[in-house]
Design a binder for this molecule. Structure first.
Ligand code: GCU
Length: 619
């Protein structure tokens, strides 16, 4: 008997109930949401801690949201007792609140170590500015998995703690009393990215901005405008419209300062290519982080942005910024405000971190080990600080697991999508300290192919591991097949901390057999701020200072060296660091303590960067 389409649909529903309702955060991401007059939903959100996830699963452990008619027991229904006899065992409005954006760990003592599910609820009213307008929910990041519901309906989910996602909610919003419920689960899992073990605090929560974005029916959902690789005068890219019948629409690109006002017609996908030849373009650089005002108009929609144009490439062992050799005077940074506690998220947090980097004499920062918030990227763009962004493929993940690859590549696509118009971002890093194996090579190669297919204007790298040459403990090298797929050879080394004492550096010889630039993506030693002793007293500022002196002179002998991002700008929280009275839950490799005090080694590195600036004749 021939099945009708309904029967087929039901079969599919029965066969794959999960897939139909499980929409991952929608791509493309709405580009440049910050300049789209977003309506913020930040503030106090009610929350319910749910370690057993009873708000999500019934007692047979079946998810409530797999049922087309979910029961009121499901927390995303935000149910209220219908009468005095009705039994409802949760009530968001009587529950305490947490601030959004913020991690939950630094807001409530009882949540400091909490890993599990917390439900957030926020109510809002909404009146559309214009009939026919569309509405989107934009979330800057939630760690780790978010399941998102509006007025009891599932919008979808998102995995990955450090990248934005958006859902269209046109037609789902009422004028009054909308309830938005986000289930956030930061449990660590072997198959996820990152996996079970890391050396940073697993802050949970809605850690970045939440906003509503209202657009006309057809709007400019995405664009990419950068200088074509190795050309100082050819701006190229694309603009994409979203909506019904986007074909044959006129899009206008205007760069007033350059007297550019060009019209383009979209193809069947609502997309148009852009290719502009510009004489005497003022190029973005640390010395002059110049950004042009860009205005894109399409029908009733218009979006403005500030975009800098620069080229970044390698030539042999040199890194060329706008065609000139550059040394990347960097520092590694975790996304944390150690002084306030918790994940950094605001422009003020970014200002504090980048001001310290600037004081150090940096023109470059490695944002480790995951995409940081957009505020620090945009501020780096304004301040003229070049940026290394990293995908959280950290240590040993499940290389053979297709789901793990999807999760890793989604996060990579999301960060590239968000930051591709920021001149400051010069390097996409695929991973950190991952063990060499054929499966890992395939995984990382596929990731770097994804990155290059989305953006061939930037450089690809990864933080690799060094090791001694067989039988020659003092001879060190990088022998990693993935080095063949990157533009820059970057590696972490801890000679003098995890590997002997600082004095060992002077005996080490580096043999790096690649005609590519080298960046030392990590070198560092722990020191408790204010602890003093002789230079061989571990944990003292003098030891750290000695470590830096020896390491910087050692790595300076590497002929291909074109950058360093020592580990790390500020002490940071880590559950791996338990030594009482010294670590107490902090990784102490910061050059600045968790109270904001600069350690002796801060000045050692600053001196080193002064010499480099003189040598490279930079700012
Ligand atoms: C590793 C790792 C960092 C870690 C650091 C350390 O190399 O990449 O995430 O914090 O070393 O041990 O301090």
């Amino acid at each position: 008997m021939k099945k009708t389409s309904i029967q087929t649909a039901i079969c599919i529903l029965l066969l794959f109930p999960v897939s139909l309702t499980e929409i991952h955060g929608q791509l493309p991401l709405i580009q440049n949401y910050i300049n789209r007059e977003p309506r913020t939903l930040n503030g106090k959100w009610h929350y319910i801690v749910d370690p057993y996830e009873i708000g999500y699963y019934d007692y047979r452990y079946t998810p409530y949201d797999q049922n087309p008619k979910p029961q009121d027991r499901a927390y995303f229904m935000n149910a209220k007792p219908k009468d005095k006899s009705d039994r409802v065992e949760y009530d968001f409005d009587k529950s305490p609140t947490l601030l959004v954006p913020r991690d939950w760990n630094s807001q409530q003592e009882k949540l400091f170590y909490y890993e599990g599910t917390i439900w957030y609820k926020h109510s809002f009213d909404h009146v559309s500015k214009q009939p026919g307008n569309r509405l989107f929910l934009y979330i800057g990041a939630t760690n780790y998995r978010a399941d998102v519901y509006l007025n009891g309906k599932k919008l979808g989910y998102h995995k990955g703690g450090f990248t934005p996602f958006n859902f269209e909610i046109t037609g789902l919003v009422k004028e009054k009393d909308n309830f938005l419920i986000v289930k956030v689960d930061n449990k660590r899992k072997a198959e996820e990215v990152p996996t079970l073990n890391t050396d940073w605090w697993n802050y949970g929560g809605i850690t970045r901005d939440v906003a509503l974005i209202e657009t006309p029916g057809i709007f400019i959902i995405d664009y990419f405008l950068q200088l074509r690789k190795s050309s100082g005068d050819n701006i190229s890219g694309y603009i994409v419209l979203n909506g019904e019948n986007c074909q044959g629409k006129t899009v206008e690109l205007s760069i007033p300062e350059l007297k550019i006002k060009n019209k383009y017609i979209t193809d069947k996908n609502g997309r148009t290519q852009v290719d502009l030849k510009i004489q005497n373009l003022r190029l973005w650089s640390p010395q002059d982080p110049y950004r042009y005002s860009i205005i894109i108009t399409a029908g009733d929609d218009q979006v403005a942005d500030q975009i800098g144009f620069r080229t970044i490439e390698t030539k042999g062992t040199d890194i060329l910024l706008n065609g000139n050799p550059v040394f990347l005077r960097g520092i590694s940074i975790h996304e944390e405000n150690a002084i306030r506690g918790g994940r950094a998220y605001s422009r003020e947090d970014a200002q504090m971190l980048l001001n310290w980097a600037h004081d150090l004499g940096c023109n470059f920062v490695r944002l480790a080990h995951y995409p940081h918030n957009e505020n620090i990227i945009r501020l780096a763009d304004e301040m003229g600080i070049m940026v290394w962004e990293e995908n959280p493929v950290y240590w040993t993940i499940q290389w053979n697991n297709p789901e793990t690859f999807i999760t890793a590549s989604n996060q990579l696509k999301e960060v590239i999508s968000r930051d591709k118009n920021r001149a400051a971002v010069i390097i996409w890093s695929m991973a950190n300290e991952t063990p060499v194996s054929p499966e890992r090579l395939t995984f990382l190669k596929n990731l770097s192919d994804t990155a290059r297919s989305m953006d061939n204007t930037r450089l690809i790298s990864a933080a690799l591991e060094q090791h001694s040459i067989q039988g020659h403990e003092m001879k060190r090298t990088i022998d990693d097949p993935f080095a063949g797929y990157v533009d820059i050879i970057s590696f972490n080394e801890y000679v003098g901390w995890y590997d002997g004492l600082p004095g060992k550096c002077s005996k080490i010889q580096w043999e790096i057999n690649y005609d590519k630039p080298v960046i030392i993506s990590e070198l560092g030693a722990d020191a408790l701020g204010g602890m003093h002793g002789d230079s061989l007293t571990r944990w003292s500022e003098e030891y750290q200072e000695y470590f830096y002196r020896e390491n910087l002179s050692m790595v300076s002998k590497i002929p291909q060296l074109r950058g360093t991002t020592p580990w790390i700008l500020v002490d940071f929280r880590s559950p791996r660091r338990t030594l009482p009275d010294i670590q107490d839950g902090w990784n102490r490799k910061g050059l600045i303590s968790e109270t904001g005090n600069k350690k002796k080694a801060f000045y050692t590195l600053r001196e080193f960067y002064k010499e480099i600036r003189t040598k490279y004749g930079q700012d």
